[in-house]
Design a protein around this ligand. Structure first.
Ligand SMILES: Cc1cc2nc3c(=O)[nH]c(=O)nc-3n(C[C@H](O)[C@H](O)[C@H](O)COP(=O)(O)OP(=O)(O)OC[C@H]3O[C@@H](n4cnc5c(N)ncnc54)[C@H](O)[C@@H]3O)c2cc1C
Length: 437
């Protein structure tokens, strides 16, 4: 009888793991607590439109067998292929269509000049113990105080002083637009400035990014699950795990509300805090990590939105809106809809903010005066963006080391506080399952 692998979590990490595991000739059972697979790569259909939930785009990973599985079926017939992702940002009441990075040139002239001179003179290496020191070391105290301090607070809800260095990487708070295009091009030839400055235009990229023409980004999940089904992978949706049994670090049984599964190998794509709780390792149990109160606001208009950007990062701290995704530019078709991600403190009733978020789109001049909103909806996101404090990061690393040292037949994959972007999650899965096995 072939060996049985149980994969827990049918997000993209679990789906990819099930594929590579099954290719080794192993029997694979993929389980998820949700009724659908895909996790944070999904699309919801309403009012004749698809609204993505989480990630919006598939990017080439550069690993051909991984790319073949993920999007080998994509072509210009069924997919819009982008070599450049057109991002913009909105900061201090100004729309910048050049880049997703925050634009320092909208600051008052004296602050801007002072900030640029500090930025150019900051040392190359700036190791830091928290995000505040990291940002001051990288960009200088003026840009920190006039830009990053409030932007970090908007996205994370806490002061940068309490956060880990990489806590706001998902929001592109890693570089800055500070000089004109030519100066930036010259400066970024030096590694030190390249790490700080965002380019105005992204230039030609060899990386392909794919957005399906039908079904939103989540439409591809159906195809991936069909591939798994043909390979004999068994998918068990709506499965609630109540216990995981192990002996001396070797897991031998996963117990769910609808029965037990005996296994040889476990692929775990969820937080390790849940694993130690289900196994019952009391000394490693602690409070689960805090996530931002996250919501998605979807709108459909009767006319096109006033922008050719695919994403807009709203850094403006007077506005609630976070990243805006414009489907008309993702699909390059007459789909006049958008999704606005909003991150807020717990206790904020996000659903009640839908009119406010719509007003913000008007304020940013994205909606023409003659245009009407013909559909709106709110979707909450559970466990979206973690608040990565230095304390959480330290606990996470300790738990991660413990789990890696103790368990002998578990492969740990999936999104972690330090591996957020989908391609990083997938490349990590590939290396662990194909290269290191
Ligand atoms: C709002 C938002 C926007 C994002 N945008 C981008 C982006 O633009 N680009 C990008 O690269 N990345 C983006 N990401 C991150 C990206 O979506 C993730 O890195 C990626 O989808 C992670 O895949 P995963 O399989 O590790 O986790 P998930 O997609 O979270 O999948 C985990 C799966 O586990 C299941 N599960 C949970 N608990 C249990 C349980 N107890 N038992 C069994 N199953 C369980 C869930 O139902 C889910 O299906 C975004 C994330 C969010 C929240």
């Amino acid at each position: 009888m072939s060996k049985l692998t149980v994969v827990v979590g049918a997000g993209m990490a679990g789906i990819t793991a099930a594929y590579f595991e099954s290719r080794k000739g192993r029997k694979v059972i993929l389980i998820d607590s949700d009724e659908r697979a895909g996790g944070l790569l999904n699309s919801d259909f309403n009012f004749g439109h698809y609204f993505d939930y989480g990630t919006h785009i598939y990017a080439d990973t550069g690993i051909s067998e991984l790319d073949n599985f993920l999007h080998g079926n994509f072509s210009s017939d069924n997919c819009t292929i982008h070599t450049i992702i057109h991002n913009g940002n909105y900061f201090k009441g100004v729309m910048n269509s050049k880049s997703g990075y925050v634009d320092a040139s909208v600051l008052p002239l004296n602050e801007y000049n002072q900030g640029c001179s500090e930025l150019l003179s900051m040392p190359e290496k700036h190791p830091a113990d928290n995000l505040q020191n990291h940002l001051i070391g990288k960009f200088g105290v003026t840009f920190y105080n006039s830009i990053f301090k409030d932007v970090v607070a908007k996205y994370s809800g806490v002061s940068a002083k309490t956060l880990a260095v990489n806590a706001v990487d998902p929001f592109e708070v890693t570089r800055i637009l500070a000089f004109d295009e030519n100066t930036t091009k010259r400066l970024t030839k030096t590694e030190m400035y390249n790490a700080k400055l965002g380019l105005h235009t992204k230039g030609n990229s060899s990386q392909q990014n794919y957005y399906p023409k039908h079904g939103g980004v989540g439409g591809q999940i159906f195809n991936l699950m069909r591939t798994l089904d043909k390979m004999g992978v068994e998918f068990r949706p709506s499965a609630i795990i109540t216990k995981i049994r192990e002996k001396q670090g070797r897991v031998y049984e996963v117990v769910t509300k609808s029965g037990s599964i005996e296994l040889d190998r476990l692929i775990w794509t969820l937080p390790n805090s849940l694993l130690v709780r289900l196994v019952g390792i009391k000394e490693m149990q602690s409070a689960p990590p805090l996530f931002r109160n996250t919501g998605l606001f979807d709108f459909v208009f009767d006319k096109a939105l006033n922008s050719n950007l695919m994403y807009i990062n709203v850094y403006d701290t007077k506005l609630l809106s976070g990243r805006i995704t414009l489907y008309q530019n993702m699909t390059q078709s007459e789909v006049y809809s958008c999704t606005v991600e909003v991150l807020a403190d717990h206790g904020v009733d996000l659903k009640s903010k839908i009119s406010l978020v719509l007003d913000e789109l008007v304020k940013m001049d994205l909606i023409d005066k003659a245009s009407s909103c013909i559909f709106r909806q709110f979707r909450p996101v559970g466990a979206g963006f973690p608040v990565l404090t230095t304390d959480t990061a330290e606990k996470y690393n300790r738990l991660n080391k413990y789990c890696n040292d103790y368990f002998r037949n578990i492969v740990f994959l999936g999104r972690t506080p330090s591996t957020f972007f989908l391609s990083d999650v997938l490349v990590d899965a590939y290396h662990k399952l194909v290269n290191q096995d």
